[in-house]
Design a binder for this molecule. Structure first.
Ligand code: NAD
Ligand code: UDP
Ligand code: UDP
Length: 319
C-alpha cells in the first residue's frame, strides 16, 4: 500500500524557492528533509519551519555523495542570481553537474521520483519568442553566464540520460524569473533591487535602456506548478516551462515599483551586463495542457505582497 505521507528531500531548501517549497510540502502533510550548504540560502528562511516535527535540516554540499532514504527529490541546489553564480563560476558548474549526478544516483538507488529546477537560461539570449520547450537556445558557452546556463543544460542532459539508461522517474521544469518574499535583498536580481532601492529612497538602477523584457512569476504560482509537475503521470517528464507569460520591459517594472511603493526615487542608467538576454517570455501551452496549470497572481498583486515583505525586513513603514 502507498503511504500518503512521503519523505521528500529538498536540495537547496533554505533558499528563496526552496523554503517556499518546504513549507508547501509540510502543509500537504509530507516529511521534509532540507539539504543545503547555506551558500545563498539562510536559516532565517526556514526558521518558522523548525518546530515542525516532520521537518529536518542537514548542512550538506550536493557536490558530495549523499546517502539517505527518500521517496521524492527536488533538486533546487544552485545559486541563481548572476552576482552569486559568478562569484565562483567553477563551483557553480560543479554544483549543477556533480550535484545532478549525486541526486540522480540517489534517485536511482532509492527509486525516488526526482525533479530538476532547470531554467529559462537554457534558452540563452533567445532568437525565438516566446520560448517553447523545443527551442534549443542561443547560449554563449564561454561567456560569464555560461557557468550557470551550461551547467543547467548539462544537468538536463544527465536527467534524460539517467531516465533512458536507468529508468529514473524524472521531472524537469524550466523556471522563468520568479519573485516574492524571501528573495535575497542583496543578490542583485531586478525585482529585489528595485524594491529595496525604492523603499530606501535610492535611485533605481536600470541597466541598458531598460527596453529588455522579462516575465515575472509570483512564487506561490510557481510552487503550485512544481507540485503539479511532480504529481503528473510518469510520461510527463518535461522539460516544461513554468513561468508567467505577462511580459514587461525593465523600465515598466521600475515604473510599477515606484508607483506601488510611493517612492520618490529617480532612475539612473547603468551599462547592460555582457550577454544580458534582450527578451524573455515563456510559452506555457504545455503546462496548461499537461498540468492544467497557469499563473493566477498578477504582477501588481505579487509586487504589493513582495513590497510589504521587504518593508517589514527593512523596518520601513509604507504610507
Ligand atoms: P537561492 O540562491 O535562493 O537558492 C538556492 C539554494 O541552494 C540556496 O539555499 C543555496 O545555499 C543552496 N545551494 C547552492 N549551492 C549548493 C550546494 N553545492 N549544495 C547544497 N546547497 C546549495 O535561489 P532560488 O531563486 O531559490 O533558486 C532555486 C533553484 O531554482 C535554483 O536551482 C535556480 O537555478 C532555479 N531557478 C530559479 C529562478 C528564479 O527566478 N528564482 C529561475 C530559474 C531557475
Ligand atoms: N550516490 C549518492 N547517493 C546514493 C547513491 C549514489 O550520492 O544513494 C552518488 C554516488 O556517489 C555516485 C553518483 O551518485 O557518485 C552517481 O551514482 P551512480 O550509481 O549513477 O553511479 P556510480 O556510483 O556507478 O558511479
Ligand atoms: N537589471 C536592471 N537593474 C538592476 C538589476 C537587473 O536593469 O538593478 C536588469 C538586468 O540587466 C536584466 C533584468 O533586469 O536585463 C533581469 O535581471 P535579473 O538579474 O533579475 O535576472 P536575469 O537577467 O537572470 O533574468
Amino acid at each position: 500500500m502507498k503511504r500518503a505521507r512521503k519523505r521528500v528531500l529538498v536540495a537547496g531548501g533554505a533558499g528563496f524557492l526552496g523554503s517556499h517549497l518546504c513549507e508547501r510540502l509540510l502543509n500537504d502533510g509530507h516529511e521534509v528533509l532540507c539539504v543545503d550548504n547555506f551558500f545563498t540560502g539562510s536559516r532565517e528562511n526556514i526558521r518558522h519551519l523548525i518546530p515542525n516535527p516532520y521537518f529536518e535540516v542537514m548542512r550538506h554540499d550536493v557536490t558530495f555523495p549523499l546517502f539517505v532514504e527518500v521517496d521524492e527529490i527536488y533538486n533546487l541546489a544552485c545559486p541563481a542570481s548572476p552576482i552569486h553564480y559568478q562569484f565562483n563560476p567553477v563551483q557553480t558548474t560543479k554544483t549543477s553537474v556533480h550535484g545532478a549526478i549525486n541526486m540522480l544516483g540517489l534517485a536511482k538507488r532509492t527509486k525516488a521520483k526526482i525533479f530538476q529546477a532547470s531554467t529559462s537560461e537554457v534558452y540563452g539570449d533567445p532568437t525565438v519568442h516566446p520560448q517553447t520547450e523545443d527551442y534549443r537556445g542561443n547560449v554563449n558557452p564561454i561567456g560569464p553566464r555560461a557557468c550557470y546556463d551550461e551547467g543547467k543544460r548539462c544537468a538536463e542532459t544527465l536527467f534524460f540520460d539517467y531516465h533512458r539508461q536507468n529508468g529514473v522517474n524524472i521531472r524537469v521544469a524550466r523556471i522563468f524569473n520568479t519573485y516574492g518574499p524571501r528573495m535575497h535583498p542583496n543578490d542583485g536580481r531586478v525585482v529585489s533591487n528595485f524594491i529595496v532601492q525604492a523603499l530606501q529612497g535610492n535611485p533605481i538602477t536600470i541597466y541598458g535602456e531598460g527596453t529588455q523584457t522579462r516575465s515575472f512569476c509570483y512564487v506561490d504560482d510557481l510552487i503550485e506548478g512544481f507540485i503539479r509537475l511532480m504529481a503528473a503521470p510518469d510520461e510527463v517528464t518535461g522539460p516544461i516551462n513554468i513561468g508567467n507569460p505577462g511580459e514587461y520591459t525593465i523600465r515598466q517594472l521600475a515604473e510599477n515599483v515606484v508607483r506601488l511603493t510611493g517612492a520618490k526615487s529617480e532612475f539612473v542608467w547603468k551599462p547592460l551586463p555582457q550577454d544580458d538576454p534582450l527578451q524573455r517570455c515563456p510559452d506555457i501551452t504545455k503546462a496548461k495542457t499537461l498540468l492544467n496549470w497557469q499563473p493566477t497572481i498578477h504582477l501588481e498583486e505579487g509586487l504589493t505582497r513582495t513590497i510589504a515583505y521587504f518593508a517589514d525586513q527593512l523596518g520601513v513603514s509604507l504610507a
